[in-house]
Design a protein around this ligand. Structure first.
Ligand code: HEC
Length: 148
């Protein structure tokens, strides 16, 4: 075979592979995997950062790392406790109980702080605002843990 024929052959193989792949995609529902859901806006998370600094950082630390007495709100510990629960569970908890012993923020501030905690833990911001009723499993918003 000369090189022109070889090239044509290679193109056919690639074309056949592409067709098989798109057929498989159609069989799988015809869609590429959905992008990760986004349940809060950049603006909300930014407002949450301000509210967090004012009302939460004194105990949970500015970087959400907690200390020996206070639970961390980011990283592995957070994912273990909150990953299987919903964004609404998290919102409801902090709106009822935080700042510890003195729940005193507005609903908007609680929404914003919830968004900020999700963002720090790796959840993406998007078009939709987090509401008091938003209920998405938290682990589904977070990046998969990196292998060790
Ligand atoms: C006065 C210190 C203090 C402040 C201020 C405070 N917290 Fe806490 N927080 C705690 C303590 C103590 C706990 C553990 C409570 C328990 O186990 O019952 C806790 C627990 C939590 C938890 C549950 C953590 C877990 O993994 O179980 C979350 C979420 C949380 N706080 C969020 C917040 C947010 C958001 C704010 C600001 C609006 C805030 N906290 C302000 C002391 C504080």
């Amino acid at each position: 075979m000369d090189s022109a024929i070889l090239r044509t052959f290679a193109q056919r193989v690639v074309a056949a592979a592409l067709m098989a792949w798109s057929a498989a995609l159609v069989a799988a529902g015809g869609q590429a995997p959905a992008a990760a859901a986004a349940v809060f806006t950049v603006k909300q998370a930014a407002a949450g950062k301000v509210a967090y600094a004012k009302s939460c950082a004194s105990c949970h630390q500015p970087d959400l790392s907690g200390d020996s007495e206070i639970p961390a709100l980011a990283g592995t510990a957070f994912k273990e406790i909150w990953g299987t629960r919903s964004t609404r569970d998290l919102f409801d908890y902090i709106a009822a109980a935080m700042p510890y012993g003195a729940a005193s923020l507005t609903v908007d501030e609680y929404r914003a702080v919830t968004a900020y905690m999700l963002q720090v833990n790796g959840a993406p911001a998007g078009e939709a605002e987090l509401t008091a009723a938003t209920a998405v499993t938290i682990s589904s918003l977070l990046p998969a843990p990196s292998p060790r």
